[in-house]
Design a protein around this ligand. Structure first.
Ligand SMILES: NC(=O)c1ccc[n+]([C@@H]2O[C@H](COP(=O)([O-])OP(=O)(O)OC[C@H]3O[C@@H](n4cnc5c(N)ncnc54)[C@H](O)[C@@H]3O)[C@@H](O)[C@H]2O)c1
Length: 319
């Protein structure tokens, strides 16, 4: 029996990982301090075939990481203080969770002899590159524009060093704008897809920061789950950073138009000032993901949004 530790498993992406692994009959342990995660997100994983346990705790505490790591084969490290905006308001808090917390976790994994640690990194580490519309390849040097992006670069550097120095197998997956059910629509730091969807569904005008022509490689959560599972065993993956995305970008005005069609909501936005720390264009190269992980996006932008709009219509967005 294989045991997976999912840090941040009560959050958006972590809860999908927990659900899929538990449905496959794997042993799943979730470590989460419920800072932004919710116990309710874990219900599908609890009902799966596999043995499931939840440890409420903080990755900033090494003893907690050690306790969580006992008997673990694979670690899927999702716990973080997400959001570029939050990191601008409080960079120390972002650093302590995303950088120091990740270091604790790697140290505990190394001590316990975990087989592999797959971590959630971010497309934000690329910053703005020239030419702006070129797909971002993993070989580009990181040019972080925000404390959040810096904290993810630090985590990636620790992962690379742990692989080189201790032989702990680590893989960094650089997620590009993930969306899907359970992503929090209510927080002041909510991501753009749930914010727009819920604004349209309640007849409110969505707010666009900037001119709306900034684009993102929006990635449905099922693609991210598939990439994580592949990254646990792919022989060439250790020591690498690998993009996880759809490989197509859409700007915010496109996003609003598609959501408007799918929901029948009025899509007239109000415009606010551009936000500091955010990149303007974001498109992933998937060459490495395809080669190393055998990755292929399963669900594209429109299909993902259609699934999401339908779940929201049925009142099952959080289920
Ligand atoms: N959603 C995206 O578009 C996206 C893009 C790039 C990278 N990521 C990364 O993916 C991961 C998951 O993001 P998400 O969108 O599911 O966010 P989320 O906020 O839903 O999940 C993060 C989880 O980590 C938990 N957590 C926070 N601090 C913790 C701590 N100190 N100890 C233990 N648990 C803690 C939270 O309670 C939450 O359950 C994060 O590492 C994030 O930086 C997400």
């Amino acid at each position: 029996m294989t045991t997976y530790l999912i840090t941040g498993g009560a959050g958006f992406i972590g809860s999908h990982l927990a659900q899929v692994l538990s449905a496959r009959g794997e042993t799943v342990r979730v470590l989460d301090n419920l800072a932004s995660g919710k116990l309710q997100n874990l219900e599908p994983a609890r009902q799966g075939k596999g043995e499931f346990s939840f440890l409420e705790g903080d990755i900033r505490d090494l003893a907690t990481c050690r306790e969580a790591m006992e008997g673990v084969d694979y670690v899927l490290h999702q716990a973080a203080r997400p959001s570029v905006q939050r990191s601008i308001e409080d960079p120390l808090a972002t650093h302590s969770v995303n950088a120091t917390g990740s270091l604790n976790l790697l140290w505990a994994a190394k001590e316990a002899g975990a087989k592999r640690v797959v971590v959630a990194s971010s497309s934000s580490i690329y910053g703005d590159v020239e030419p702006a519309d070129a797909p971002k390849e993993e070989t580009l040097p990181p040019r972080p524009l925000s404390p959040y992006a810096v904290s993810k670069v630090a985590m990636e550097n620790y992962c690379a060093a742990f692989y080189k120095v201790y032989g702990l197998e680590t893989v960094c997956l650089r997620y590009f704008n993930v969306f899907g059910p359970r992503q929090d629509p209510d927080s002041p730091y909510a991501a753009v897809v749930p914010k727009f969807l819920f604004a349209l569904n309640s007849g409110q005008a969505p707010t666009v920061f900037g001119d709306g022509r900034q684009n993102r490689d929006f990635t449905y959560v099922d693609n991210v789950v598939a990439a994580n599972l592949a990254a646990c065993t792919a022989p060439e993956a250790p020591g690498l950073a690998i993009n996880v995305a759809a490989g197509v970008s859409h700007d915010l005005i496109d996003l609003l138009e598609v959501l408007g069609e799918l929901t029948g909501g009025a899509a007239q936005p109000t415009f606010g000032p551009p936000r500091a720390g955010e990149v303007r264009y974001s498109l992933a190269s998937l060459d490495r993901a395809r080669r190393v992980l055998g990755y292929e996006p399963l669900v594209d932008f429109r299909e993902g949004l259609a699934r999401l709009a339908e779940l929201a219509r049925q009142g099952r967005y959080l289920s």
